[in-house]
Design a binder for this molecule. Sequence first.
Ligand SMILES: Cc1cc2nc3c(=O)[nH]c(=O)nc-3n(C[C@H](O)[C@H](O)[C@H](O)COP(=O)(O)OP(=O)(O)OC[C@H]3O[C@@H](n4cnc5c(N)ncnc54)[C@H](O)[C@@H]3O)c2cc1C
Length: 470
Amino acid sequence: MPDYLKIKTALEAQGIAVEDNPALVRQKSRDFFWYSPILKAQLDNVTGDLVASPKSEEEVVAILRLAFAEGVPVTARGGGTGNYGQAMPLSGGIVLNMTLMDKVKHIAPGRVVCEPGIIIAELDRQTKAYSGQELRFHPSTAQTATIGGFIAGGSGGVGSITWGGLRDLGNILRLRVVTLEAEPRVLELSTWDLQKVSHAYGTNGIITEIEMPLAPAYDWVDVITGHDTFMDAVKFADALTHRNGILLKEVAPIAAPIPFDYFNRHKPWLKEGESITVLMVAPHAMEPFLAFCEVMKGAVRFRSDAVESMKVIPHAYEIGWNHTTLRALKVDPTITYLQVQYPGPDHVAKVEKMVEIFGDEVVGHLEFIKFNGAIQCSGLPLVRYTTEARLEEIIRIHEENGCRIFNPHRYTLEEGGMKQTDQTQLDFKKETDPKGLMNPGKMIAWDNPDFDFDAGGNYLFPGLQAFAEA
Ligand SMILES: Cc1cc2nc3c(=O)[nH]c(=O)nc-3n(C[C@H](O)[C@H](O)[C@H](O)COP(=O)(O)OP(=O)(O)OC[C@H]3O[C@@H](n4cnc5c(N)ncnc54)[C@H](O)[C@@H]3O)c2cc1C
């Protein structure tokens, strides 16, 4: 067992802020894992031993040097909004709070260089004020999540309808990462190389500097349209996103009864029983958008440029993406969700098939995105949860019908499905983290290279044992 008092004293001697109050450490060891009834049961007792909060890359290096010498796990943390337990320290150890590294270093046409701990909305605020630009896309947690956490734990979001996701070459320009070795190295990664570190849950490097591409910023207009049925909303959204000239940042059809039952702040504008499409439209595109609505029978129920004050009304994106799930969970804690990809070009037919099969047990919520150059939709449908076995069955039926599931009820990179680790990934981890101390338990290929993904088994990290017995 490492001597955490000695570690704390050594770090504080170097001017690094360290917290060891168990209640505060536990608080910083949790994220939105509780979204999933399965992860809630598995991870509820997980906690780190110390929280260290570096203010600079030099302090990150000092922490990682000591962690290597003492054999202590290190789990990076941004805003802690990940919803698969990504930032939870399954073997305890040091939680590396990155939020003090929050500086914007350089803004230029088309790009920004910043530290990883800046809150995404603040980064957008600064790039907009300084240069009239904004990030190409951001998660719906922009108000609380960090840019480093998004890159290491997220996938895409608001703006992905135009720009695709983090996985697309060119949507991250450069990363600086620190390795966990006897003498930590600082690596500069770009193009294909940086994809080893993006969406790797901080298992193979601590990101200390980020260069992101920017797009022109607009005062986006939030719009909600009403539709008789969910499929009417889906067909409206599909037709709209195939109109090349109307600039959009968010297009999310959401089935009744979700909007009226769960979107409390928007309720005065919504009609019971109606499905909706949540949109963000560029101001100069509003006129053509409204002309499109007239022809395609989208009834405009809400537009942010027509209300007196938006003070108490959430941003449109805060009822989309995983915020749809959050708002439902606040009202009905028995609900859970899935992440589905409906590959095109027949994505609309695939959605329709799932609606026919599951009815009200799986309630539709889609996000239209650009995927490999084409418009298609991904989904975050709400599931009326009964048992784990039924959830597995729902997943199986989706997959049998060509709708791929990225399982949000798993905490490993591989089982979540958004990143299949391969030999290159494993070799890189051997190089950057030879003792396997970075966020242990999240990469099956490291712990158990023989794990059989086809057997349908659930990988449980042995390091969790200590917490399970606690
Ligand atoms: C309501 C809700 C809505 C969401 N909407 C979206 C969405 O639209 N799109 C989306 O992609 N995700 C979404 N998410 C998931 C999550 O919010 C985002 O991925 C978010 O960007 C994570 O940022 P964070 O700062 O909170 O990261 P954290 O949760 O703190 O960390 C995420 C992962 O990154 C690692 N990490 C953090 N900082 C570093 C660093 N500097 N170096 C290396 N590793 C690091 C952590 O170890 C962890 O594995 C949503 C989650 C919730 C709860």
